[in-house]
Design a protein around this ligand. Structure first.
Ligand SMILES: [Fe+2]
Ligand SMILES: [Fe+2]
Length: 178
């Protein structure tokens, strides 16, 4: 079938829709993490994950709109099998880091596919996400490191929860939009 209304190839459109799903699922995973931390009594971490959940929803919408604005057909995703249990306070942050690494790999895959097809518009659009993932991974790693730097004994976990809001992206990434 000749695609008249969009310069997005079917492959790129499918990859972008998969990414919509992944960002949406991330949003729901972070929501589960917010509840989990709240149940453990770690309020700052819970708040952090609520905010993170909202951010991932914005990422989902950004890609959704790009597909629509490019003349493609964005798909509102099915979100299933959201994990609710993360083993431990530390486990939550380890899962969050793993999740961000998986997202980075997925974004990179689409950028490579876009360049391969000569789709510079999509490759250019995704540069924002490339920078965003650099920041997300950096800060997610720093949060996990708190568990080793501070230690979990005594009031350690309380102190870690206090430090969570203080973790910010490196200076080099400070010029990005959001
Ligand atoms: Fe994201
Ligand atoms: Fe993220």
């Amino acid at each position: 079938m000749i695609r008249m209304k969009t310069s997005l190839s079917e492959e790129i459109e499918a990859l972008l829709n998969k990414q919509v799903q992944m960002e949406g699922k991330s949003s729901y995973i972070y929501l589960a993490m917010a509840a989990y931390c709240d149940q453990l009594g770690f309020e700052n971490s819970s708040e952090f994950f609520f905010t993170q959940s909202e951010e991932e929803r914005q990422h989902m919408l950004k890609i959704f709109r790009y597909i629509a604005d490019s003349g493609g057909s964005p798909i509102s995703p099915d979100i299933m099998e959201v994990p609710q249990e993360f083993g431990s306070f530390r486990g939550v942050f380890e899962s969050a880091l793993e999740q961000e690494i998986a997202v980075t790999k997925s974004i990179n895959k689409i950028v490579s596919a876009a360049y391969k097809e000569g789709d510079h518009s999509t490759a250019n659009f995704l540069q924002w996400f490339v920078r965003e993932q650099q920041e997300e991974e950096f800060t997610a790693r720093k949060r996990v490191e708190l568990f080793d730097v501070i230690g979990e004994e005594g009031i350690g976990r309380y102190m870690i929860d206090q430090k969570i809001p203080e973790i910010v992206p490196p200076e080099s990434a400070a010029d990005s939009d959001i």
